[in-house]
Design a protein around this ligand. Structure first.
Ligand code: SF4
Length: 407
């Protein structure tokens, strides 16, 4: 087994929808660069585990206090994390108490490795919380992001965790009911789905297993899907996605394609203009096109800037940038010295913009008094058509250095 499963639960939506994407991505050899959001999430999970171990009586107060210091020393620590993880832990403890109140004897496993390789080649993952009790399995996932609420309903990540836990503990607990919950404390969102063990196993066998085998072997159909493509490292150059996007862009809006010419009110909408209904049909397609176009543009820029790739008809130039005043305090003193009233150059809480100051003072006075305090930083490299007047940036090293300076 590898440390990171190719067919991990967190990417299950993608390999279930577009099985060959995982091997395609692997063939690109691109590193999966962790984001600062991921680092914050890891810190939140580590603190949540500590908090739960203490509240569930697994560690002493002394041990808890000692380990808490390490969490408080991280850059992510703050009231928000303390409150949100506190709420999350309270919900888990209430679930456990609820089961005890119902006469059950729940056992709680934290950061539990779950193995679902019976259905998914080399498939395993780590479930945040697994509550085991007579006849009932409950798997809980903490999501610390601030993005959109994620539903537990038909959620393949949660189902795979539950599958792994069920396979491991079924013999002891005889589960018939499986509950799966996603808690997103920063959004105040808790979502739960319930499924019978029988249905879960049927899903694993009939739906997951064939797709997982295809994904593992790099077979199957490429299926562009907003959510799947968004997290795919092949998204910028994937042929299937490009094809789907361009087919979407080629929707037929010609006069011949009007479904029912009589239905168009010629008095309010000439036939040569799109109808309200047609615009309504177009609206949901545009974000897909926008997302794809942005991914391709960003990819092309990165390739040209960092890897010297040349795209026929395009060149790399320095992008536009705004002038800025290097020392606002010195600028204010210089303006005061020539008798300017603060109200003319100051707009709380800062100096007026350079354009506004030029207007108030006139360009010659502005240049005379503040010229030495104004700089124009280099613009970020951009990829433009060859006909653009700006000179080409020839040296990749220069472009990279400029870019690094600006970041
Ligand atoms: S970009 Fe989309 S369609 Fe292409 S491989 Fe990735 S998930 Fe599949």
């Amino acid at each position: 087994m590898t440390a990171h499963a190719l067919l991990g639960a967190s990417s299950a939506h993608r390999w279930l929808v577009c099985p060959p994407s995982m091997r395609l991505e692997e063939s690109l050899g691109l590193p999966d660069t962790g984001s600062s959001f991921a680092a914050e999430g890891t810190a939140a999970h580590a603190y949540a585990e500590l908090e739960l171990r203490y509240r569930l009586g697994e560690i002493t107060k002394r041990s808890y206090a000692g380990r808490l210091k390490a969490h408080k020393a991280t850059e992510w620590w703050g009231t928000e994390m303390e409150d949100c993880i506190g709420d999350y832990a309270t919900q888990i403890v209430e679930m456990v108490e609820g089961l005890k109140g119902a006469g059950k004897s729940p056992s709680v496993e934290l950061e539990q490795r779950v193995d679902y390789s019976e259905y998914v080649p080399e498939g395993f993952g780590t479930a945040d919380v697994v509550i085991l009790s007579e006849g009932e399995l409950h798997v809980i996932d903490l999501k610390y992001g601030r993005g959109v609420p994620v539903s537990a309903e038909d959620n393949p990540q949660l189902r795979l965790y539950a599958l792994g836990a069920a396979l491991n503990y079924q013999i002891i607990y005889g589960f018939d009911t499986v509950r799966m919950t996603i808690i997103q404390p920063r959004l105040g969102s808790t979502s739960t789905d319930t499924i019978s063990l029988e249905d879960l196993l049927e899903w694993a066998e009939g739906y997951v297993e064939p797709r997982a085998r295809a994904a593992y072997e790099g077979r199957g159909e490429y299926c562009p899907d907003d959510k799947a493509c968004r997290w795919c490292r092949a998204k910028a150059t994937c042929r299937a996605r490009a094809d789907a996007a361009l087919k979407t862009a080629c929707e037929d809006f010609s006069l011949d394609a009007l479904p029912d010419a009589d239905a168009v009110n010629q008095e309010t909408t000439p036939a040569t203009l799109m109808t309200v209904g047609e615009v309504a049909d177009l609206l949901p397609l545009l974000p897909k096109l926008e997302a794809w176009a942005k991914d391709v543009q960003e990819w092309a820029l990165t390739q040209a800037r960092d890897h010297d790739v040349h795209y026929e008809g395009y060149k790399l130039v320095e992008g536009r940038s705004n002038r800025k005043i290097t020392n606002p305090q010195a600028a204010a003193e210089a303006l005061q010295k020539i008798g300017c009233e603060p109200a003319t150059y100051y707009k709380p809480p800062e100096l007026r913009t350079i354009t506004a100051l030029e207007k108030v003072l006139g360009k010659p006075v502005f240049a005379d008094v503040l010229g030495d305090l104004v700089v124009k930083p280099s613009g970020k490299p951009v990829l433009v058509p060859e006909g653009d007047k700006r000179p080409e940036i020839n040296s990749t090293e220069n472009a990279k250095a400029d870019f690094a300076e600006m970041e």
